[in-house]
Design a protein around this ligand. Structure first.
Ligand code: SF4
Length: 435
C-alpha cells in the first residue's frame, strides 16, 4: 500500500515564466494508498456494478478494512485471491478466473457491469485482464436474460495511487459511451458525486437552461451517456488525466474551470458551463446569487475558527490544490506548504491562478524531507494519509485524514460549510482538550 522510488532529491521547476508558481519537485519514498481504495466510493455510486479484484490477501485486507461496514451487507466487491500456485505459473489463472466469474454471475443476477480490477500481483505475473474482460463479455452475451458487460482497469499500487483508481475505472467506461448524433450538444460532468450533490447541480444546470446534462459515473451503468463533438466536459474532481485524454480523443471539448469546492470554486465551475452555453450574466447571477449568499453565511461560523491558522497539505488525493485555494481565499487560512502527487497543469491552471502568490507548492513526495519540514514549520493542521497521521499527532500536531475528503460530500454551494467544518473540527477539538 505504499510505493517508493529512487530518491533523486528535489529540484525547482520554474514553470511558465511569469504565470506559474514555483514548484518544488520531490521524488523519494511516498506514503499513499493504492488505486484499489477507489472501489470503496465507486461501488456506492454505481449501484449495479461489481468490482472483482484479482489480487492477494493483502488486497483483500485493504478492502475489508477500508470498507469494513460492507461486511454487514451483500457486498458489491470481492477479491479473487491469487494463490502461490498461480503466482508460480503452475495453474492456469485465466481458467480459474473464468470459473470465479461464472459462479459470481450465476449467483448475482443484479450485476450489470463487472469490473476486473488489476493489482500488484496480477501486474507482476502479467495477467491480461483486458483480454479476459473481452472474452468474458463475449461468453456472457450467450447467457439468456443476463446481459453483463465485463471491463477491466488497474488499481495496482505499482501503477496507481489512491484517486487514480477512479480515473482508471472511468477511463475504462469511455469506450462504452455511445456516439452522440452529429450536432447534438450535451454537458458531461465527470467524477463521482454523492447523489444529493448530483441532484443539486442538476437543478442549477436546469435553472441555467444548460443541458442535457449527464454524470459519469452514474448510478445505472447501463445508461451510458452519449459522447461526441457536441459534448462539453466539466470535471468535478481534479484526478482525471487519463479519462480527459480519452474524452478529448473522441472529440469532446474539455472546459477549463476551477473545481466546485467552496463558493468561489462552484461559481467558477458553473460559469465555465454557462459561458459554453451562452447564458447571460444577468441570468447566471439570478440563479446563483441566493445559494452563493446562503453558503457564504453558513461559512462564517467556521472561518472564525480557521482564519489565520496555518495549514500544510501532504501529497495524497490530488484534491490538495483546489482545497488549499478554498481555505486560503474563503476561510483566511495561511498556506504553509501544498503538496500534490502530480501536477497536471492543463487541469490545474485555473486553480494555480487563484493561489496566493509565493505559496510553497510541492509535486511528488519524499516523505522524510516533508516530515522534517513539518517538524520545523509546526503548522496548526496537516492534511495527510492515514499512515502519517499518528506519528504527526504524537509530535503534538493536529491532522486531518485526506481520505475523508473523498468520502464526504464536499462539492457545491450547499456543502461549502461542511467542507470548512472538516478542517475546523480537529482545531476545535484540540482547543477543547487544552481547556
Ligand atoms: Fe497492496 Fe498492491 Fe494489493 Fe494495493 S494492489 S493492496 S498496494 S498488493
Amino acid at each position: 500500500m505504499s510505493g517508493s522510488g529512487a530518491a533523486v532529491g528535489a529540484h525547482l521547476d520554474q514553470g511558465l515564466p511569469g504565470t506559474a508558481p514555483v514548484v518544488l519537485r520531490e521524488r523519494g519514498q511516498c506514503e499513499v494508498f493504492c488505486g484499489l481504495s477507489s472501489i470503496v466510493w465507486l461501488h456506492r455510486k454505481m449501484h449495479d456494478a461489481f468490482f472483482l479484484v484479482v489480487g492477494s490477501r493483502t488486497c483483500a485486507h485493504l478492502l475489508q478494512s477500508a470498507a469494513g461496514v460492507m461486511i454487514f451487507a451483500e457486498p458489491r466487491f470481492a477479491t479473487a485471491i491469487l494463490q502461490e500456485r498461480d503466482l508460480a505459473g503452475m495453474a492456469d489463472c485465466m481458467e480459474e478466473l473464468d470459473g470465479v466469474v461464472t459462479r459470481l454471475l450465476a449467483r448475482r443476477g443484479d450485476i450489470r457491469t463487472l469490473f476486473l480490477v488489476g493489482s500488484c500481483p496480477s501486474e507482476v505475473i502479467k495477467l491480461d485482464l483486458h483480454k479476459a474482460a473481452e472474452r468474458l463479455t463475449r461468453a456472457q452475451a450467450g447467457v439468456e436474460g443476463h446481459q453483463v458487460k465485463v471491463l477491466a482497469f488497474s488499481g495496482s499500487g505499482l501503477e496507481t495511487t489512491f484517486t487514480q483508481g477512479e480515473d482508471q475505472c472511468v477511463a475504462a467506461l469511455v469506450p462504452e459511451l455511445p456516439r452522440a448524433p452529429v450536432g447534438e450538444r450535451n454537458l458531461l460532468v465527470v467524477g463521482t458525486l454523492a447523489d444529493v450533490v448530483q441532484d443539486q447541480f442538476g437543478r442549477l444546470f436546469d435553472a441555467l437552461d444548460i443541458g442535457p446534462v449527464h454524470f459519469l459515473p452514474g448510478t445505472d451503468t447501463r445508461a451510458f451517456p452519449p459522447l461526441g463533438d457536441g459534448t462539453s466536459v466539466l470535471f468535478a474532481q481534479p484526478f482525471f488525466n487519463e479519462t480527459a485524454g480519452l474524452l478529448a480523443a473522441r472529440g469532446a471539448r474539455l472546459l477549463s474551470a476551477p473545481f466546485p469546492f467552496g463558493v468561489e470554486g462552484t461559481l467558477g465551475w458553473l460559469a465555465a458551463a454557462a459561458r459554453a452555453w451562452g447564458v447571460s450574466d444577468a441570468r447566471f447571477d439570478a440563479v446563483t446569487a441566493a445559494p452563493a449568499a446562503r453558503a457564504q453565511r453558513a461559512l462564517i461560523r467556521y472561518t472564525e475558527v480557521l482564519a489565520g491558522r496555518r495549514i500544510t497539505f501532504l501529497p495524497d488525493s490530488q484534491l490538495e490544490i483546489p482545497l488549499a485555494r478554498f481555505l486560503a481565499r474563503e476561510c483566511g487560512m495561511a498556506l504553509v506548504e501544498v503538496g500534490t502527487p502530480y501536477l497536471d497543469r492543463r487541469a490545474m491552471q485555473p486553480e494555480l491562478d487563484l493561489l496566493p502568490a509565493g505559496v510553497r507548492l510541492v509535486e511528488g513526495q519524499d516523505v522524510d524531507r516533508q516530515l522534517e519540514r513539518i517538524a520545523a514549520d509546526r503548522p496548526d493542521l496537516t492534511v495527510c494519509g492515514l499512515g502519517l497521521a499518528n506519528p504527526l499527532e504524537a509530535l503534538g500536531l493536529r491532522t486531518k485524514w485526506s481520505i475523508e475528503l473523498v468520502f464526504t460530500p464536499i462539492h457545491g454551494f450547499e456543502q461549502a460549510a461542511d467542507l470548512a467544518e472538516l478542517f475546523a473540527r480537529p482545531l476545535i477539538r484540540s482547543a477543547r482538550l487544552k481547556v
